[in-house]
Design a protein around this ligand. Sequence first.
Ligand code: AMP
Length: 204
Amino acid sequence: MSGFIFIGAPGSGKGTISNQLKTQGYQHISTGDLLREEVKKGTDLGKRINDIISKGNLVNDQMALELIANNLDQTKDFILDGFPRTSVQAQMLDDLLKVKTQVVLFNIDQVKLTERLVNRRSCEKCGAIFNLKTSAPKVQNTCDNCKHTPLTHRKDDTLEVVENRFNVFNNTKTNLLSYYGNRIKVINADQDVQSVLQEVIKLK
Ligand code: AMP
């Protein structure tokens, strides 16, 4: 068994490539998705998480780690999407992991990402990701896979919040990348989905 750790700026394609790998039997663990599930439950914890996510800030390292510890099954191949985001999380993850992992950095010019994010729409049922400009759904605002499910625009995919999410990413990136050092494999995330997928698969 083995795992991928996907690191990259918001909108760099980590979720899209994870969805592709899911069809090859990979378990996809996205801390962002797990946090949004908690928000949907409307619990007190969910409300506190919502305050943090909607501003584009990070939840604390311990909470993020608990989501991974409670959901990761290391007897299957897996992808960690959006975790770790800090060097502290990376250290805690190394303590938890028992299997070999590849650390993949999705490299793309951030100027291109704002456009991707504000046009991004997703299906909450199956996790499919669309882009109104580059990969629009066949029927307007409807998931191609689940047919009748309407697509959603994430509340943190607005211009103001996106800007803060980039700042947060840039502020934590240096320490995170220096933690992983030469374990990092950089891929060109500024290509079509199939080309990015092939680059990732080659790293297996
Ligand atoms: P994502 O879906 O990966 O873009 O994450 C959405 C939001 O969830 C982020 O902007 C953070 O507020 C929060 N989040 C996701 N993963 C983490 C993490 N590993 N550590 C802290 N906060 C996280």
